[in-house]
Design a protein around this ligand. Structure first.
Ligand SMILES: Cc1ncc(CN)c(N)n1
Length: 222
C-alpha cells in the first residue's frame, strides 16, 4: 500500500469531518453560542458513552496479538477514560449536576446506538476491525480539538473541553493508536481492509450524530 492506512481512512471520512466542524454544536463551542443545556446534554450522554467505550477498548485489548498493544488498550481503558471522566465530573459540577443526578439520566437513542455498534464490532470482528471501529472516537476528537484550539472559546467551560482534546497528552494517545492502525492496514487482506473501512466510516457517522443529538436535545420519541 503506497499511502499509509491512516491517510486512506481519513480520505473516506473527510467530508464527515468537515460536516462535524461546521455543525452548530461544534461552531457554538468557539463562538460561544452553544447553550449550556445542549452542552449539559452532551456531557451527560458522553458519560454513558465512555462507559461503553471502555468496554469496547477492553475488547481491543483482549484481541491484541502483541503484548505492547494489549497493554496500550488496557491502559487507555484505565487512564485515558479516567481523564475524560474527570473532565466531565468537573464540568458537570459547574453546570449544577451531581454524580447521582447524572447517573439517573437515561441513555438517549444515538448514544445507545453508537455504544451498541462499538460493542458489537469489537466483540464480533477481527482485531483490525475492532481497532478501525474505535478509531474515530480517538482521532476525530484530536482533530476537532486542534481545529477549535486555533479559534479559542470565550466560555471557560468550553475552553476546558477543547484544551483536553487539543492537549499533548491526548494527541500522543491518538498517535499511538494510529501507528497500530497503519500496521494493521498494511497487513490486512483485501476483505479485511474493506471491513476496516466500513467500521471506521460508520463510527465516524456516529460521531457526527452524537454532536447532532446533543444539539437537538435528543430524547426517546415514545
Ligand atoms: C462520542 C465521543 N467520541 C469521542 C470522544 C473522545 N474520546 C468522546 N469523549 N465522545
Amino acid at each position: 500500500m503506497a499511502e499509509r492506512t491512516r491517510e486512506l481512512l481519513w480520505a473516506d471520512i473527510s467530508q464527515i469531518y468537515r460536516q462535524i466542524c461546521e455543525h452548530p454544536f461544534v461552531t457554538g463551542l468557539t463562538d460561544g453560542s452553544l447553550g449550556q443545556d445542549r452542552f449539559r446534554h452532551y456531557i451527560v450522554q458522553d458519560g454513558h458513552y465512555l462507559r461503553a467505550y471502555a468496554r469496547a477498548l477492553a475488547g481491543c485489548a483482549a484481541k491484541a496479538p502483541v503484548e505492547s498493544e494489549l497493554m496500550m488498550f488496557a491502559e487507555h481503558v484505565g487512564v485515558a477514560i479516567a481523564a475524560e471522566a474527570e473532565l466531565h465530573a468537573g464540568l458537570l459540577a459547574e453546570l449544577g449536576l451531581g454524580a447521582e443526578q447524572v447517573a439517573a439520566l437515561p441513555v438517549t437513542p444515538t448514544t445507545q446506538a453508537y455504544a451498541s455498534y462499538l460493542l458489537a464490532a469489537t466483540a464480533s470482528g477481527s482485531y483490525a476491525e475492532a481497532v478501525a471501529a474505535v478509531l474515530p472516537c480517538y482521532w476525530i476528537y484530536a482533530r476537532v480539538g486542534e481545529h477549535l484550539q486555533r479559534h479559542g472559546s470565550p466560555e471557560p467551560l468550553f475552553q476546558r473541553w477543547i484544551d483536553t482534546y487539543a492537549g499533548q497528552e491526548y494527541q500522543a494517545v491518538v498517535e499511538a493508536v494510529l501507528t497500530v492502525t497503519d500496521r494493521l492496514g498494511a497487513h490486512a487482506s483485501a476483505a479485511e481492509w474493506e471491513l476496516m473501512r466500513r467500521r471506521f466510516h460508520t463510527s465516524a457517522r456516529y460521531e457526527w450524530m452524537f454532536f447532532d443529538a446533543a444539539y437537538r436535545l435528543e430524547d426517546w420519541p415514545v
